[in-house]
Write a protein that binds this ligand. Structure first.
Ligand SMILES: O=c1ccn([C@@H]2O[C@H](COP(=O)(O)OP(=O)(O)O[C@H]3O[C@H](CO)[C@@H](O)[C@H](O)[C@H]3O)[C@@H](O)[C@H]2O)c(=O)[nH]1
Length: 481
């Protein structure tokens, strides 16, 4: 009998790779009869520890094989958005993807080719080979609804969202969003990324199914909208089935970047219960020196304990086109206010570049999480039952902010200055105190703990996500190839 396999193709960003790898592990855990091949691009946004991460996953899960595609050159100019460069890079891998798929079908039956939204360029190639294509959506159901509805919004608007001052955008299952806060790649019609995103979003309805890293109980309204197809207004016939199989979060095998980062865990273990505010802004969330200074002042004035992950600052002249390489050596004391580390050393710890976030959030001493609202971080906060302070930076994070603050009610939001999104030190102090000291903070904490239980139950034997995964696998078992 021919081997049956699932092929996965994540976008080249660690926030996208980790959750797809977790999907692979979950499939193997519940349904051992598949092997899984994960195709990874090489040469752009490569995480410094990606090779050791791959080795660790492959040795603990022999049914999961990684295939690094040959290196493809990247042509990034400072006038081009990072999203446009990333999409161009992914497209340049199309030939490599085709070659690899052809090679795999020589010996195996591909039951499903599961791609990231940003890897839509691979859909036509696979469909032409009669390989069923599914999306794995690495953000939540609200964003899936917004993106599915985006072609409709596009047809009703003429200007770039960034220029639509005071206009609110509505999509099913989403609260109205200021046009200027729409996801970063669709802000500007002059950016090639806008047109690529339109192409991607038009293809969502063409997939055999959409697997989403969320769970029904977390996003009740948005899940209903994506399931009943209300977010696909122009699709004739039925919209693709949606499988909410989350929350999938990284385990201890995630990439560790810096040596010595585990020291922060022993520091956390010495702090009182629920006393520490953890600040971390994802894999590429870095700030200007001016903004870092305000955060430091706000933390100092709040009087609370903190663990703060600081990335290499962005160079201010690059403006909003943030550098994506925020790793590498730099001196913390030279970028933080003079004497800050010394003055706060009894109650604060600043970590350079990277902390083992999932482990950090599971520590008893963590009392709050200041997050950039990257969806993996949101889910990790939910799974740990930690109340959050929402500080969106880029991508679809403003949508996630609304979900966290208004729907899930597990976070308070920082107030950001219109235009440059600057947050003052007073605002940092105010929100930290609100979360840690106020009645509202106490209510949010209680709610977060309820979601923690719901997240665990969703993945339990009879949970909604376990059932959704079984339904998905069932469709593969009946597809004759
Ligand atoms: O010091 C750090 C920083 C990050 N992480 C981990 O890295 C991942 C970061 O993922 P996420 O929180 O989703 O942020 P991004 O890396 O910014 O993710 C991108 O991808 C997400 C999923 O599509 C989107 O929601 C985001 O907006 C987009 O920026 C998480 O697992 C974190 O635990 C650490 O372990 N330590």
């Amino acid at each position: 009998m021919e081997e049956t396999t699932i092929v996965m193709y994540p976008a080249p960003s660690i926030g996208h790779i980790i959750s797809m790898v977790e999907l692979a592990k979950l499939l193997i855990h519940h349904h051992q009869h598949f092997s899984i091949t994960i195709l990874l691009t090489t040469g752009f946004m490569d995480h410094p520890s990606i090779d050791s991460y791959i080795n660790r996953v492959s040795s603990s899960h022999p049914s999961i094989t990684f295939h690094r595609l040959p290196t493809v050159a990247v042509n990034h100019t400072t006038t081009q958005s990072i999203a446009a460069t990333a999409f161009q890079f992914i497209k340049s891998n199309a030939v490599n993807i085709e070659t690899k798929l052809r090679q795999i079908i020589q010996t195996s039956v591909i039951k499903a080719f599961i791609i990231d939204l940003f890897c839509t360029s691979a859909m036509e190639t696979a469909s032409a080979m009669q390989i069923p294509v599914y999306y794995f959506f690495t953000s939540g159901a609200a964003v899936l609804s917004l993106y599915s509805y985006f072609p409709k919004i596009h047809s009703l608007t003429k200007s770039s969202f960034k220029d639509m001052v005071g206009v609110e955008i509505s999509a099913p299952g989403n609260m109205a969003l200021n046009a200027a806060l729409m996801p970063e790649p669709v802000l500007d019609r002059d950016d090639p990324a806008y047109w690529e995103m339109l192409y991607f979003c038009e293809h969502l309805s063409k997939a055999k199914g959409i697997v989403v890293n969320t769970f029904r109980e977390l996003e009740v309204v948005a899940v209903k909208v994506v399931e009943d197809g209300a977010c696909f207004p122009d699709v004739e016939g039925s919209s693709p089935p949606v499988y909410c199989i989350g929350p999938l979060i990284a385990d201890a095998q995630q990439p560790d970047e810096a040596r010595g980062i585990k020291d922060c865990l022993s520091w956390l273990d010495k702090q009182p219960s629920k006393s520490v505010v953890y600040l971390c802004f994802g894999s590429r969330g870095s700030f200007s020196m001016t903004q870092l200074k305000e955060i430091a002042e706000g933390l100092e004035r709040s009087g609370h304990r903190f663990l703060w992950v600081v990335k290499r600052p962005v160079q201010e002249h690059l403006g909003t086109k943030k550098v994506y390489d925020t790793t590498g050596e730099f001196d913390l004391s030279s970028i933080l206010p003079s004497g800050f580390i010394e003055r706060t050393k009894e109650r604060g710890l600043v970590v350079r570049s990277w902390a083992p976030q999932v482990e950090v959030l599971s520590r008893e001493s963590i009392g709050g999480f200041v997050s950039h609202c990257g969806w993996n971080s949101v889910l990790e906060g939910v799974v740990a039952g930690v109340p959050m302070i929402a500080w969106p930076l880029y991508a679809e994070q403003h949508v996630n902010r609304n979900v966290m603050v208004e729907d899930m009610k597990v976070a308070v939001a920082v107030e950001q200055r219109a235009g440059d999104m600057f947050v003052s030190g007073e605002e940092v102090e105010k929100r930290v105190r609100e979360l840690m000291d106020s009645e509202k903070g106490r209510e949010i904490r209680e709610r977060s703990l309820k979601f923690k239980d719901m997240a665990r139950d969703a993945l339990g034997e009879f949970g909604s996500s376990t059932k959704a995964l079984a339904n998905l696998v069932q469709t593969w078992n009946v597809i004759s190839h």
